[in-house]
Design a protein around this ligand. Structure first.
Ligand SMILES: NC(=O)c1ccc[n+]([C@@H]2O[C@H](COP(=O)([O-])OP(=O)(O)OC[C@H]3O[C@@H](n4cnc5c(N)ncnc54)[C@H](OP(=O)(O)O)[C@@H]3O)[C@@H](O)[C@H]2O)c1
Length: 270
């Protein structure tokens, strides 16, 4: 299937590892010119190098920008970097995120605010900055990476769940506003994914092992996978493939979706 992404300019936030890096790699391999954004400078430069290799055959290209997307001027910096290094962005993937397991009563006010800033304000500012020029050119794609937790709140991830629900609502508002102008906005809702967020030492797997009283990481992983009809966690590429499709020419009649990529976890039919 031809995705029609060749020479498109894409911004992917949270692209130094995990789902974001897998998405950037895939877009590059499809011939897109991708600006990778994350806070860690060394990591995001290395990630862009990896994407350049992936894009070598298909004419894709990659550049990096070290930037905290929650900074008030981040959207302007990102927009300018995409324009200066390539051209105005055609595609935006709002993917930067982080999560932590704990009881709702243990979440301090500052972390509720941080979840809002990262999952709502940062995507909002980026859409506000990047969508109008897409609209002028009559073509654009935005994918907001939310979570199953945004559809069905997770008791162990309270501020994350609430912020992801708000992100889904924001995504839908933008979708309705811009669909007739050629700019298609969608969300994806992954279930647990074997990215660094889960698998790194101290990450969600270790946290779930501790909170769930499991004897080993393997036992905790089996328990987390066993809660899904598909019986396991996702690989990052399985989520990236859906995101890349939604960024593509092929998704020309998809707008306002909150596309589950969760191995059947959230049992709803809409
Ligand atoms: N993994 C899962 O199970 C899962 C499930 C559902 C939804 N999701 C969502 O999928 C997205 C990606 O998650 P992942 O699992 O790939 O996470 P990950 O492996 O931890 O990667 C997160 C990425 O976001 C960047 N980032 C974090 N905060 C940032 C900020 N303020 N500004 C710029 N970049 C920032 C990180 O780099 P720096 O730290 O260097 O900034 C990194 O590149 C997130 O929105 C997450 O909520 C993940």
């Amino acid at each position: 299937m031809e995705l029609g992404l060749k020479d498109r300019v894409a911004v992917v936030t949270g692209a130094s590892r995990g789902i974001g890096l897998a998405t950037a790699r895939l877009l590059c391999a499809e011939g897109a010119r991708v600006l990778l954004v994350a806070r860690g400078e060394h990591e995001v430069v290395e990630a862009a190098d990896e994407c350049m290799e992936a894009g070598a055959k298909g004419g894709g290209a990659a550049e990096s920008l070290a930037c905290d997307v929650t900074e008030p001027n981040a959207a302007q910096r990102i927009s300018a970097a995409a324009r200066d290094r390539f051209a105005p962005a055609d595609v935006l993937v709002n993917n930067a995120g982080q999560a932590q397991w704990r009881d709702i009563d243990d979440v301090p006010d500052a972390d509720w605010q941080a979840a809002w800033d990262l999952n709502v304000m940062a995507p909002l500012r980026l859409m506000r900055e990047l969508v109008p020029p897409m609209k002028e050119r009559g073509w654009g794609r935005v994918v907001n990476v939310a979570s199953t937790a945004g559809k069905r709140p997770s008791a162990s991830m309270a501020e994350y769940s609430v912020a992801k629900s708000a992100q889904l609502s924001l995504s839908r508002l933008y979708a309705d506003r811009h669909a007739s102008e050629g700019v298609l906005v969608n969300a994806v809702c992954p279930g647990p994914v074997k990215s660094e967020m889960w698998m790194d030492p101290g990450g969600l797997l270790d946290q779930s092992q501790e909170m769930g009283g499991h004897d080993s990481r393997e036992e905790a992983l089996d328990a987390a996978g066993g809660k899904r009809p598909i019986g396991r966690l996702a690989e990052v590429e399985e989520v990236a493939g859906v995101i890349a499709f939604l960024c593509s020419e092929q998704a020309s009649y998809v707008a306002g979706a909150a596309w589950s990529v969760d191995g059947g976890t959230v049992q709803v039919i809409i």
